[in-house]
Design a protein around this ligand. Structure first.
Ligand SMILES: NC(=O)c1ccc[n+]([C@@H]2O[C@H](COP(=O)([O-])OP(=O)(O)OC[C@H]3O[C@@H](n4cnc5c(N)ncnc54)[C@H](O)[C@@H]3O)[C@@H](O)[C@H]2O)c1
Length: 407
């Protein structure tokens, strides 16, 4: 083949399946490869190193293959500095901007590798070559005069590797299935929550209205009260229906004690939203004694922050709902930096939005009754996502009980 380039891979290439994935990507893109050198680490902690020559028919095809394998950590054998271009107009990136992954990344500036702060996918890299710093920047936040990395050279990403401390979630991460023993899954999630806490990292809960409809809001409130949740993300619906339960005893007009529709119940969530609007917000309603129970009452009392992002289908909405989606993204972004775990509980919209903001190193647990949703949410790398196809109510109740039992 007429064009080729040598790339270097370093790390746990064999047991983390990085080498087979790179070779697979090359073949899938109809390129060819030749392993120029390969040193395999002998012990569990030893790293391996490979130099691979990738060849293609055209420059364009080669570029495509190189950008695919870069996501597995393959870096050009002859690394130069990263190229940058200046932003000409606020909110518009240079045409050839480098689009980020959510993996830990480095850029080469003046011959030195500099870590990229706040890893986030689908952003650009903003550098300050004087200060020798780099960070991700969403397109909309790029400002005229910013230096943005373009092209692909001088960039290195660190692929996710199997956890070397021996934590093993393999049996759950292998496939998404409704047939796995739930007690074991809940046990693993509770262990993950503990290890996140021990590492001093935060736990995010992203929750949809099914948490309220299934009657498991008290279980989530218990987790927040007992310090297992640092921040809650959601939309108008979870808060509106939780407050509907607190004020009217119904969720979507259905009695939470009887399980039967209540006459005029379809208006309850609107009346609940209106009542909170009259107080100026959820916190004010708690202070005024209007809201005296429920998940959001407990969050306010326990001083657990929440971010509610708006959507076009919202009623009201509640005063805390951020209706500008870019503002909502920024408010969520402010909480993800020191997160170690994210529980995604029965909301596709807010879980995907959160997943897009999270660095790849953050473990996620996706709970949904629809296997297609769990597969979509859990498909963000092989080692850090657990997919659970089940009713969120049963899951949360069992998780809260398990954590309480274990003390
Ligand atoms: N009245 C309102 O204002 C109102 C009402 C509904 C939704 N909304 C808003 O619309 C947006 C999207 O709503 P969403 O997040 O509910 O919808 P979504 O479609 O994004 O997600 C709902 C998910 O819940 C899952 N689910 C349903 N029942 C479940 C159960 N028992 N156990 C586990 N999973 C279950 C579904 O499979 C689905 O994936 C949000 O912003 C929400 O606040 C507003």
């Amino acid at each position: 083949m007429p064009v080729f380039e040598d790339v270097v891979l370093e790390g746990h290439l064999i047991d983390s399946l990085i080498l087979p994935q790179v070779l697979d990507d090359i073949l899938a893109s109809e390129g060819t490869h030749q392993i120029v050198s390969l040193e395999i680490g002998h012990g569990r902690e030893d790293v391996s190193r490979a130099t691979i020559r990738i060849a293609a028919e055209t420059d364009r095809q080669l570029e495509q293959i190189l950008s695919m394998v870069q996501r597995h950590g393959a870096a050009p054998a002859q690394a130069g500095d990263a190229r940058t271009e200046t932003v000409q107009r606020d909110g518009v990136l240079p045409l050839d901007f480098y689009s980020t992954t959510n993996l830990e990344s480095y850029v080469r500036l003046h011959g030195r590798w500099v870590g990229v702060a706040a890893p986030e996918m689908d952003c650009a890299i903003l550098v300050d070559p004087e200060a020798m710093t780099a960070r991700t920047v969403p397109m909309i936040e790029a400002r005229r005069g910013d230096q943005i990395v373009v092209g692909r050279s001088g960039i290195r990403v660190v692929p996710l590797e199997r956890d070397r401390r021996g934590r093993n979630f393999e049996f759950m991460t292998s496939t998404v299935s409704s047939e796995k023993p739930k007690a074991l899954v809940v046990g693993e999630v509770s262990r993950l929550m503990r290890s996140t806490r021990e590492a001093g990292q935060k736990i995010i809960a992203v929750a949809g209205p099914a948490v309220v409809h299934t009657g498991s809001a008290p279980a989530l409130a218990r987790l927040a009260r007992e310090g297992w949740v640092d921040v809650v993300f959601g939309g108008n619906a979870i808060a509106a229906h939780d407050i509907e339960v607190a004020l009217f005893g119904t969720s979507l007009g259905v009695s939470v004690t009887e399980g039967t529709p209540v006459h005029g119940g379809h208006e309850h969530h609107l009346r609940a939203i209106n009542r909170i609007r009259a107080e100026g917000g959820i916190s004010q309603a708690v202070q005024a004694g209007v809201l005296r129970e429920g998940l959001f009452y407990e969050l306010v009392k326990a001083e657990v922050p929440f971010v509610l992002a708006g959507s076009v289908r919202d009623d009201g909405p509640l005063p805390e709902v951020i209706t500008d989606v870019i503002e909502a993204q920024s408010a969520m972004r402010a909480h993800v930096g020191d997160a170690g775990l994210c529980l995604m509980l029965s909301t596709m919209l807010h879980s995907i939005a959160t997943g897009n903001l999270l660095p790849a190193r953050v473990h996620t647990v996706c709970v949904d009754i629809n296997p297609a949703v769990v597969t979509k949410l859990a498909d963000r790398g092989s080692f850090q996502a657990i997919g659970v196809v089940t009713d969120v109510g049963l899951f949360l109740d069992e998780l809260a009980d398990r954590l309480a039992e274990e003390g």
